[in-house]
Ligand binder design. Sequence first.
Ligand code: GRF
Length: 202
Amino acid sequence: MTSRRLGVLVSGRGSNLQALIDAVRGGRLEAEIAIVVSNRPAAYALERARAHGIEAVALDHRQYASRDDYDRELARLLGSRGVGLVCLAGFMRLVGQPLLDAFPDAIVNVHPSLLPAFPGIDAQRQALDWGVKVSGVTVHLVNRELDAGPIVLQRTVAVEPGDTPESLAERILIEEHRAYPEAVGLLLGGRWRIEGRRFVSW
Ligand code: GRF
């Protein structure tokens, strides 16, 4: 990984963005957040970024004729800011080929389950419906398949009797906020490689 400049992609409230901002400011993550981009202009995450003097851009996917057009523009924007690692933080869109090609093994996502269990939306509800006793957090590199790239780091969260999707999500989120900056630091450290579908660090 050459550049420690992060581009963070968001769609909503941006609590994971906040965790990254806090880790950088607190000296726990040696990185700079170069730009935050939201596909939803009203995302609260944009306000969080601006409040910390970080460039925040709304790039509305509805203004683009195709997914590839949108992803090409995202890639151009991130590239123009010297971004070395793209962090998805509640970005509610599939990442397409133009963006994957522009940032090979350099796009990371945080997901609220122990993948490969419960990919996609409503992961906490899926976990409760299945009746698992343990769920958690997965930070993974992004590839063509949904929530299926090499796993960088995982943390477990116990499912408690009486949990609702909301109560489980709340406890998982606390672990996300710890795990995501840690995983980003690991990736920026560069002491890793991909073997098959495994992420190996040393
Ligand atoms: C988090 O649960 C994250 O794992 C998932 O979407 C949620 C985003 O939350 N991908 P926030 O916008 O970071 O608060």
